[in-house]
Design a protein around this ligand. Structure first.
Ligand code: SF4
Length: 226
């Protein structure tokens, strides 16, 4: 739909149109007829020798081609330009938003931030480890809870801890003690295991149940091994 399609119904523009008899219709080669909407998309150089037309019907409802004057073609081009300007003002000519791409980018950025945070956390732990080389770093929970841990490479497989708290300690494939469940024994037994450990490689951490009887004394005893 062009401005010419509208103008055809207005008597004041009658001079801008000329009906093309069917025997003159020609879609190829020199003097080809080109639908006005397509003609308006052509570069100026490609318009030479072509005749823009629009479709219409006569009084007998027969389809006919109506050639459009150069003056009206210019008016159509101007109105197309105005229309684009109006869309620009309304912000309708902005590039389409690719929501999937934005979501993917946000995910990638978020993962990057998480990765960076984990990396800095890991760096912080490494500093602590170098400050206390005899101890393996402990993962602290948000409330300050420090689970029991074993310096596994130091273990001499004396069986003390695995017998005392078999639900908390077990041997790995190298017959070295590891923690299988930091809350698999009372804190009292974890402290006792640390005290009995012949390699002094058990670190009881802090109690996971502060209601355990004699907890203050147990904490004091555990402190020597943390
Ligand atoms: S008590 Fe210590 S040395 Fe003995 S098995 Fe347990 S961790 Fe290893």
């Amino acid at each position: 739909m062009t401005f010419a399609d509208f103008a055809l119904g207005e008597g004041r523009f009658a001079k801008q149109f000329r009906k093309a008899p069917p025997e003159t219709w020609n879609d190829e080669g020199d003097n080809a007829m080109v639908l006005l909407a397509d003609f308006l998309k052509l570069p100026a150089d490609d318009r030479d020798g072509k005749f823009p037309y629009i479709w219409a019907v006569d009084k007998q409802q027969h389809l006919m081609r109506v050639l459009v004057s150069a003056e009206l073609v210019n008016s159509c081009a101007e109105r197309q330009q105005f229309w684009q300007q109006l869309k620009d003002v309304a912000g309708l000519n902005k590039p389409e938003v690719d929501e999937a791409a934005i979501a993917a980018q946000a995910r990638a950025e978020l993962l990057g931030q998480i990765g960076a945070s984990l990396a800095s956390l890991g760096a912080g732990v490494a500093v602590d480890a170098s400050a206390a080389p005899a101890a393996t770093p402990v993962a602290k929970s948000a409330d300050g809870y420090e689970p029991v841990y074993v310096d596994t490479p130091e273990c001499t497989a004396c069986d003390e801890c695995t017998k005392l708290a078999p639900k908390a300690f077990a041997y790995n494939d190298d017959k070295k003690s590891v923690v299988i469940n930091p809350q698999g024994a009372k804190f009292a037994d974890l402290v006792k295991a640390a005290e009995k450990c012949t390699a002094s490689c058990i670190h009881p951490g802090t109690p996971w149940n502060l209601n355990e009887p004699g907890i203050d004394k147990l904490i004091a005893r555990a402190a020597k091994y943390n």
